[in-house]
Design a protein around this ligand. Structure first.
Ligand code: AP5
Length: 220
């Protein structure tokens, strides 16, 4: 079953996508990581996306939908981390998944908003892999250095408090309507995890969902 991770910035979507990738062989598709790689390479998409990302705004739907179509062609189950983020993107995704015959379920990361700023301002990231750490909740073995490659960690430019405020407001305004979209009785494809729990406890909840088959009709 393909998974759509839904939740505000800092809810732990990327952290858990990496854990499930390792444990179950899912392929994580993070639109944020793909966009940041394009920004680093200076590709036309990266040049266009950079200003939106720096401000904490969403990149326009048509750019994102075009970017995602070929990514979903590859075989194997995926975790969509950061896509869809608007109702227009969710409708386009439904169409893509239908055409590619890939069933999917959305997993909402339920988290108290008060925890998010601390998580994001304390986050350190390994740019090339998208691996994340936290100064207190999940520190690397050596401060400032990626455990796997030994390369330096960075703080994302959009993890400044003012940009975080914008990102949270954008989430409320444009992305949170997707909770109702996926929970709609005609749709019924929404599972929830308590994302305020410690990292390992959230992984345990997700493992239960994945190994439990999401219930009879595909929903937890
Ligand atoms: P993106 O990269 O997707 O950022 P985001 O959604 O804001 O999500 P984050 O990566 O900030 O948070 P996360 O939930 O993955 O948390 P993490 O696991 O790292 O998007 C960036 C930008 O790209 C957007 O603003 C937009 O401009 C653009 N964009 C991307 N997709 C787009 C789309 N579809 N449409 C339009 N624009 C798009 O965890 C955070 C921290 O908390 C880490 O330090 C971690 O160690 C720690 N942590 C995690 N879990 C726990 C826990 N359970 N307890 C304690 N600490 C924890």
């Amino acid at each position: 079953m393909n998974l759509i991770f839904l939740g505000p910035p800092g809810a732990g979507k990327g952290t858990q996508a990496k854990a499930l990738e390792e444990r179950f062989g899912y392929r994580q598709i993070s639109t944020g990581d793909i966009l940041r790689a394009n920004v680093r390479e200076g590709s036309p998409l990266g040049v266009e996306a950079k200003d939106y990302m720096d401000r904490g705004a969403l990149v326009p739907d048509e750019l994102i939908i075009r970017m995602m179509e070929p990514v979903l062609d590859e075989p194997g189950d995926v975790i969509l981390d950061g896509f869809p983020r608007t109702v227009a993107q969710a409708e386009a995704l439904d169409d893509l998944l239908r055409r590619k015959n890939k069933p999917a379920i959305a997993v909402l990361f339920d988290v108290d908003k008060a925890a998010l700023t601390d998580r994001l301002t304390g986050r350190w990231t390994h740019s090339a892999s998208g691996r994340t750490y936290h100064v207190r909740h999940n520190p690397p073995q050596t401060a400032g250095v990626d455990d796997v490659t030994g390369e330096p960690l960075i703080q994302r430019p959009d993890d400044q408090e003012e940009t975080i405020r914008t990102r949270l407001a954008v989430y409320e305004d444009q992305t949170s309507p997707l909770i109702a979209y996926y929970a709609h009785p005609a749709n019924h494809r929404l599972a929830r995890v308590d994302a305020l729990a410690p990292i390992d406890a959230v992984t345990a909840q997700l493992t239960k969902l994945v190994t439990g088959g999401f219930g009879k009709d595909g929903a937890a």
